[in-house]
Design a protein around this ligand. Sequence first.
Ligand code: XMP
Length: 522
Amino acid sequence: MILVLDFGGQYNQLIARRVRENNIYCEVHTLTDGEIKSDKNVKSGLGTAINFDAIKNLDLEGIILTGGPQSVYKENASLPPSELFSLNVPVLGICYGAQAMAYVLNGKVKTAEVSEYGKTELEILSESKLFAGVEKKSVVWMSHTDRITNLPENFIATAQTENCPIAAAENPAENLYAVQFHPEVLHTAEGKKILSNFVDICACKRDWKMDTFVSDTINNLKNKIGDGKVLCALSGGVDSSVAAVLLSKAVGKNLTCVFVDHGLLRKNEAAEVEEVFSNYNLNFIKIDAADRFLSKLVGVTDPERKRKIIGEEFIRVFEDVAKKIGAVDFLVQGTIYPDVIESGLGKSAVIKSHHNVGGLPDFVDFKEIVEPLRLLFKDEVRQAGRELGLPENLVSRQPFPGPGLGIRIIGEVTAEKIKIVQDADAIYREEIAKAGIAPQLGQYFAALTNMRSVGVMGDGRTYDSAIVLRAVMTSDFMTAEAAQLDWNILNIVANRIVNEVKGVNRVLYDCTSKPPATIEFE
Ligand code: XMP
């Protein structure tokens, strides 16, 4: 395992994902002086924050120190102890991590005369295992205001940029490496190669593979659950679907999956989910609750009230089914690794109250939670789904919010409006798929505005609704850029929607990034 020690930089999860792409298991933890919690669902058995004693007890092949917003020389800066560099384990410091390494080993770090931000040319100065096979000059991503000015003893500078004479440094005898740039970001042309070289320096076996993860997980679940009864709330999204299939392979008919169709799903989605799961050996219960949800939403226009009503009704429906099923031993949750990392961090202001199955345990009689995806990043969950034979349209499904189309219809939700947004969205998704651009987009969907406007169709006047199309590029969904979709594609979609969807006479495109807008409309 490679340990990623998180100092608060924005690309830290990306570092772990890039390491895992090399088939090495890694965990992200923050460093603390205090008590540590345990988490038996991750391999190390440790919660998000760990202290140096815990690190010493881990069987590590390498350590990566991440970037972060602090200055190493300021009071209260979070710094690793100098002993971390004498564990006989290779260490790679990135950005703040590089400065922290230099600083605690008695080098000097100061505010840079010129701070660098963005793509910068890097020149390699000397032979280095870290740069094996890397072009002598290449583009790297920089984002720093401090820099290393004096190296610790036995370190040599191995690369420079125009404004940063020590853009990389190392003590090769001790396997300590420091890079001021961000190899984890795709803008760094040779970043993948550099991280792969570090994995070689760590002499890792590269055996973290999805096929072994899947078979190991199924075996572990079999051992853990035995003859126990398991309940899973299936949303039709990637995480809960992969979790359900893993469980079904482990316990078969002892698993009951409850799929609540709140009537706010995308076109044909409920039928698709039902069809996929009819192929598995499990108890699949589909609840058609559209009328229940719709009647609760009559006259409701406030976004937060809509979210609360849908979330609460979901729990109520699930509770009714759970009562009928009776006590179970295990409840499945589709928690994935970013949730694990993020739950350890302070949360900022609530912009929207999120709806997901996290609220369910209070209402179900169960003994323990199982979270079979707790170790995986989203792309790994998709890969596991492929290993398990789930169809590609389900595995590569974009995120879909718990309250569904309820928050993509501005204003009151009615059956007619649901149909309009479903049909428009289906056309939009179909054309995006035809154009082959879906993999470049983080999320794309149609929403129904509460605006009506005048149009002309044939010889007649219309006074109909406006559909708004959204497509965003994002890696973390916390920030997003509006995608610059090809005008021809937008044109085809707009024409098709106006012609094929009754009640729509105008199609708009949302060019706003997040922030200041959010991805969803409510
Ligand atoms: P926003 O609109 O906050 O969305 O920019 C960020 C991401 O979160 C998804 N989203 C949700 N996911 N339950 C979920 O499971 C929710 O209540 C919810 N609301 C928004 C949204 O689709 C986007 O991917």
